[in-house]
Design a protein around this ligand. Sequence first.
Ligand code: PLP
Length: 436
Amino acid sequence: MGLTTTSRRPARTAPDRPRTGPGPTLPPRCRDEECAAVNDPAGQPEPADPTHPAEHVFAWLDDEAERRSQAGLVRRLRPRSATAEEIDLAGNDYLGLARDKRVTSAAAAAALRWGAGATGSRLVTGSTELHAELEHELARFCGAEAALVFSSGFTANLGAITTLSGRESAIVTDNYIHASLIEGCRLSRADVAAVAHSDPDAVAHALRTRRQSRALVVTDSVFSVDGDKAPLPELSAVCREHGAGMIVDDAHGIGVLGEGGRGAAHEAGLTAEPDVVTTITLSKALGAQGGAVLGPRRVIRHLVDTARSFIFDTGLAPSSAGAALAALGILRDEPQRATRVLDVAAELVTRLRAAGLSTSDPDAAVVSVHAPSPEQAVAWATRCAEKGVRVGCFRPPSVPDGVSRLRLTARADLTSADVDACVDAITMTAPQDAAS
Ligand SMILES: Cc1ncc(COP(=O)(O)O)c(C=O)c1O
């Protein structure tokens, strides 16, 4: 029997609205205004069909949007052009590898050889020899027993936390951990205690007073808002003393910290330890896309068998695996990139402070500059963009302490003239009350 479809709903016609779905009539590339109309909630106040009987179902979202707007928390998608001339201090391409010809060529070659997508879950058809090679090289580079590549750092964190804990476990986290780690903790159904930022004594107290025998400490290695480093050696000692495992999210450490950019966990001597698991992203310093978990072989085996964000997710695209492999090779051959990015971060801090701005005290590539309010942070970032420097803007609820900031990321490929231009743009456009 053939498949038939019936619909009692009247056909919806909106001839004067742009099409938002994919289809042959869409232009191959979206012009800025069209993209804004499709993606920018503030750009489409009109409901598609106010007389539709189900129109009220999601109408409460408009009240929520209004509340966010009142609080200065509307977020906008700003599609960037492929030929933008601006200096990028907003992305996480710390080593300048995302557009390195060797990396992009490797991505293209991998797509041509293996296909545009992985075609399935890693456990079905989504594991290629390229994935296996990347896992081998990542483990070797970071000094871990084994590695497992995920489709993103986010899913790597979900997989690691949920499978290494559970209802019968306690998890102790730093208050400032990344959202992906928080989601992993929620999904784990463990008893979660979030303690004061960078405070091993508070972690020790939570571990000492737990009811559960199994415990896990979860932390970023470098915190993504201010770029400060977690006290990994101290945390590791506390975990040892209390029989807890540790997950270190080295998303902002890999490629930047440690010998030749091997990361903060390697720098702290933790990547080969039997009770430590490191997660990384391939999407920042390595300029590609994807994530990985590094750790003891028994942990990796457990993830393959049980991590739902691995099993029920399409494998990492071959182009991303190829790009990450090429980036890793470059990092191995050009370790000075890791040193350069730290020098650029230090120079930005020194010069912004000299101009009277209040900055974080970063240990890695992320530098934040305090803004007086969410609205002023947005306006400041916009003025920087007008001067040709793209900066990030962090506002509540993305910041744990409620302080809005410009977020700058140092990059190894910035020249001295670029740094001058960045400092000029940021200082010349600063709000009056931004000075410390
Ligand atoms: C600390 C941290 N962990 C994990 C992630 C998620 O990585 P990905 O972007 O590869 O999903 C990010 C990304 O912003 C991050 O900053």
